[in-house]
Design a protein around this ligand. Sequence first.
Ligand SMILES: Nc1ncnc2c1ncn2[C@@H]1O[C@H](COP(=O)(O)OP(=O)(O)OP(=O)(O)O)[C@@H](O)[C@H]1O
Ligand SMILES: [Mg+2]
Length: 326
Amino acid sequence: MLKIEHLSLAIATSDGAKAAVSDVSLTLEPGHVLGLVGESGCGKTLTAQSILRLGEHQGIVRSGGRVVLDEQDIFDMDEKALRKVRGGRVAMIFQEPMTALNPVFSIGAQLIEVIRLHLNMTRKQAEMRAAALLADVGLQDGERLLKQFPDGLSGGMRQRVLIAMAMAAEPDYIVADEPTTALDVSVQARIIDLLRKLQRERQLGMLLVTHDFGLIAELADEVAVMYAGQIVERGSVYDVFQKPAHPYTRALMNCRPEMAKKGEPLPAISGQVPAPGDWPDGCRFAARCPLADSDCTQSVAEDAWQADVHMARCVHVDLAAGEAGG
Ligand SMILES: Nc1ncnc2c1ncn2[C@@H]1O[C@H](COP(=O)(O)OP(=O)(O)OP(=O)(O)O)[C@@H](O)[C@H]1O
Ligand SMILES: [Mg+2]
């Protein structure tokens, strides 16, 4: 298993370190998909990237907790061990397929580089594997494609190439951060089908970061909801969708595009996510929450949070659940 345990992250700025993620615990299991949702700026990408320590060169530092793979803390690994984990055990797929590919190298050169970095193969073997990987992700005519450059490909094809790269070294875990957001709607569904197929066939443990509850419903087994650097609710997709227990989760679910009435603007939660370092005491959602009262600014509902497999960090959790049911 791949475990994020009580992880806190800070952003180094000219005014000192700002807390950006606090006390996040998540578990990825082989064959399981964990969805991570939340508004923009809640810390989803920081959390996802921390699994491979990818934020380090942007001044993101760990301020507490661990990321544990096979009983080893990823933050304690040296560069060599980390390189093996990156792409080898845990692969990432990002939102923007153009920036993740290098425009000056052919698809083949990039794919073969990843293969040879992780697998002990001759150039010829790596070439064959590259062509086979392209076929695995539904790209025909691999031989020709390997000689092409990224800018000659459509967005959907580029994302397929990135997925091929992610699969190159047969990872056990995959972290997909908004993998379809940058694509046309018609292409999104096919990329999702592909991800689902690969995840099931290879029994990958997957972290899926998205704004899209529909995607979560389709792909994920469990879901974690993030707000202002914290996980505020976590449970099986069924439980969380049937009985969202945190007022924030309910607000998010009410803002799904399919909830919009014809001719009316998309519903949105009023107010804004507090920025890193600007978090209030007590519940961080209180300023925007319809159920907030004086309890909320003092308490952080740690008891309710620890209680169950379906957890919500809310002192009014019963009230919220009651309203959701009604
Ligand atoms: N390198 C950085 N330097 C400064 N601030 C950063 C950096 N990376 C992230 N942040 C800030 O940290 C917070 C969380 O960012 P993050 O990218 O994790 O959000 P997110 O939940 O992924 O949002 P989105 O849904 O828009 O992708 C935001 O306020 C963001 O501006
Ligand atoms: Mg993000």
